[in-house]
Design a protein around this ligand. Structure first.
Ligand code: PMP
Ligand code: GLN
Length: 389
């Protein structure tokens, strides 16, 4: 059959490729972001209970009411913004579906959407499916003097034109592990004030923030909240990435448009998990304890890497950590990632995969990404192998 692909540049995601390579070579998988431990038994029991109690048919299109109420309470408690569970919160099939529904609902052919590079792989293909044009604004790359990525908000502001429909944000940031600060929210407020732009804020790592720095959700500022779709994921928060349940919060008129796409994409999301999550969310400790839980893992990996030739970068948030390998090799990142997976038994992700042109020299800074959402034994075994390189 003769047809032209709508996504000619899309292949299999780097996460799938590297996980498969790790399986094929029996490597420890510190690549794709998922925990190698189970969710809390209590949560698992709540799912069984929900099924046995008969929550097995279609739940409401926008999500189980009790779950939306719990999300509203949490967001209000943590960030101070009150979303109406009835009209402003939608439970989705993972953060992925929330992101896709948001982009498809708002981006028309020819619209520009600003994406900050490096970026999570989903955004650009979805913008293109909607007929939009991604406009890439690069972060300032790390240098020996300033060894962290950062966003130049003036560059973001300068990229906004009359055609710009949306600005996509993702903090805590995958893969650079940087968080927003109150000063960043100030800059975003100025941008929104001047341009009225719609923000799509991917905050799936909202609960994974370290060193006593609270997550700076755009929902903290009324002006930003009024212009934002805030997306999160229960997969990250409750160590259940395979459940694919997330949600988005946005003002009523925006949520109404997102729901139009959601109802014809998946209509609704698996009911027993939603009922279980609604009960489980009442225990605030389950998410409030996450920074301490994951900070210990981050520091275990950091300490281990100190005995290797990798130079780790600081991770302020997410369950990832980047490390510089230029003391070991000058291979491009994709080749290096393959090499240590195959030859040294530790699967990782090349940071260049988060760039528009992964093979270009400008996208290669000698960095790989490790996921530390792993049991201590897994991290220790991986560190042992890395120390041998
Ligand atoms: N956004 C980012 C930045 C992510 O890292 C992920 C990871 N999976 C997602 C969205 C998708 O989340 P989900 O699995 O809930 O669809
Ligand atoms: N978000 C995960 C990561 O960055 C992967 C999700 C996926 O495999 N699509 O590793």
């Amino acid at each position: 059959m003769n047809f032209e692909s709508k996504l000619p540049n899309v292949g299999t995601t780097i996460f799938t490729i590297m996980s498969q390579l790790a399986v094929d070579h029996k490597a420890i998988n510190l690549g794709q972001g998922f925990p190698d431990f189970s969710p809390d038994e209590t949560l698992l029991d709540l799912v069984t209970q929900a099924m046995k109690e008969g929550h097995n048919q279609y739940p409401p299109m926008a999500g189980v009411v009790a779950l939306r109420q719990q999300i509203a309470l949490k967001v209000q408690a943590l960030y101070g913004h009150q979303y109406d569970p009835e009209t402003e919160i939608t439970v989705t099939s993972g953060a992925s579906e929330a992101l896709m529904a948001s982009i498809l609902a708002f981006v028309r052919a020819g619209d520009e959407v600003i994406v900050i590079e490096p970026f999570y792989d989903l955004y650009i293909p979805v913008i293109e499916l909607a007929g939009g044009k991604p406009v890439i604004v690069p972060m300032t790359a790390p240098t020996p003097q300033a060894p962290a990525y950062r966003v130049d908000w003036q560059r973001v502001r300068d990229a906004i034109t009359s055609k710009t429909r949306m600005l996509i944000l993702n903090f805590p940031h995958n893969p650079t592990c940087i968080n927003l600060t109150p000063a960043d929210l100030d800059s975003l407020e100025s941008i929104v004030q001047e341009t009225g732009i719609l923000l799509l804020s991917d905050e799936v790592y909202e609960h994974l923030v370290y060193d006593d720095q609270p997550h700076q959700s755009v929902a903290r500022r009324p002006l930003l909240a009024a212009h934002s779709i805030v997306v999160s994921s229960f997969g990250k928060t409750y160590s259940a990435t395979g459940w694919k349940i997330g949600y988005c919060c946005a003002p009523k008129v925006i949520s109404a448009e997102i729901r139009k796409v959601h109802q014809f994409n998946v209509f609704t999301v698996t009911s027993p998990m939603q009922v279980a999550l609604a009960h489980y969310m009442k225990n605030e400790d389950a998410y409030l304890s996450l920074p301490a839980f994951y900070q210990q893992k981050r520091d275990r990996l950091l300490k281990g890497l100190a005995n290797t030739r990798f130079v780790p970068m600081h991770s302020e948030g997410t369950f990832f950590l980047m490390a510089d390998y230029s003391n070991i090799s000058d291979l491009p990142e994709a080749e290096f990632a393959r090499w240590i997976t195959v030859e040294h038994g530790v699967g990782v992700i090349p940071v260049s995969a988060f760039y528009r042109q992964p093979d270009a020299p400008e996208s290669n800074h000698g960095l790989i990404r490790f996921c530390f959402a792993k049991r201590d034994e897994t991290l220790d075994t991986a560190i042992e192998k890395l120390a041998g390189i």
